[in-house]
Design a protein around this ligand. Structure first.
Ligand SMILES: [Zn+2]
Ligand SMILES: [Zn+2]
Length: 266
């Protein structure tokens, strides 16, 4: 399984990166052809990320999109994907792409497009409302949602799949989405190889039940016992050194910062 960071800037697109979006790929057996191929899952599709995603993947080849929640900085570019899949080359041959997200997902897509309430996007998306306790399959990858602590329905996503080096071994990634520190997010991240954690606040500028600051994100990594931590969703005006020194108050393991184009082999 491989993680490719498409967009990592917190709360908006920024000068160095689109807003939140992560491509996760793994090799598996195609049920139609019986042959092996790469399966592609995207977690979140924030502003500016669709174009950046395109440099890694033809939009026709996407297997599934999973939305952590429906704030605009995590799903604004879904309308670019919708337009491409409706009107782009080869679109008539495409089956609807799997779309996992909160209950309000299709309503929010209609709002962004300005579409009528009866627009169902059946040709473009096959929508599933994420449920805690359920798991969802994308080729060889399994998605399990965990309740996040954020002002809207929101999930952290645990993704497991075959190792790149040894496909018989399962590896794991947890993406927090947007959340404050809470027990369900610690549970979701428990023992993962890679924790992709938001750090939306600094300890000086924080509010409860919305985002983590560096200390809380570091605490998450330590409590969950993760292999390595990748910090993301840092606002474009926040100095990295500050985030790093906050995380280091609570986490002494491997630490990196997500940047657009970064690839992590699991
Ligand atoms: Zn956000
Ligand atoms: Zn949010």
């Amino acid at each position: 399984m491989k993680l490719i960071v498409i967009g990592a800037t917190g709360s908006m697109s920024g000068p160095e990166s689109p807003a939140s979006s992560y491509l996760i790929q793994a090799r598996g057996i195609d049920p139609q052809s019986g042959g092996e191929r790469v399966f592609s899952l995207v977690c979140d599709l924030g502003p500016g990320s669709f174009g950046a995603l395109w440099t890694h993947l033809c939009p026709c080849d996407l297997d599934a999109l999973a939305l952590s929640h429906c704030h605009a900085d995590h799903m604004g570019d879904i309308i670019s994907l919708q337009v491409y899949r409706k009107w782009g080359p080869g679109s008539c041959a495409l089956r609807p792409v799997s779309l996992f997200g909160p209950a309000e997902t299709m309503h929010r897509v209609r709002q962004i497009e300005g579409a009528a309430q009866d627009e169902g996007y059946e040709a473009e998306f096959a929508f599933t409302h994420l449920q805690v306790g359920e798991s969802y399959q994308v080729g060889p990858m399994t998605i399990r949602p965990f309740r996040a602590l954020h002002p809207v329905e929101a999930f952290g996503l645990r993704i497991e799949g075959p190792s790149e080096d040894d496909p018989s071994r399962r590896v794991s990634l947890f993406y927090t989405g947007d959340t404050d520190l809470c027990d369900t997010i610690v549970e979701g991240a428990s023992g993962v190889d890679v924790l992709l954690s938001e750090v939306g606040f600094t300890s000086e500028a924080t509010e409860p039940d919305m985002h983590m600051d560096g200390v809380r994100a570091g605490t998450l990594a330590t409590r969950a016992g993760v292999g390595r931590m990748i910090a993301t969703h840092i606002q474009p005006w926040t100095p990295r050194e500050q985030v790093s020194s906050e995380i280091r108050q609570a986490w002494s393991g491997p630490l990196e910062f997500a940047v657009s184009g970064m690839e992590v082999s699991l």
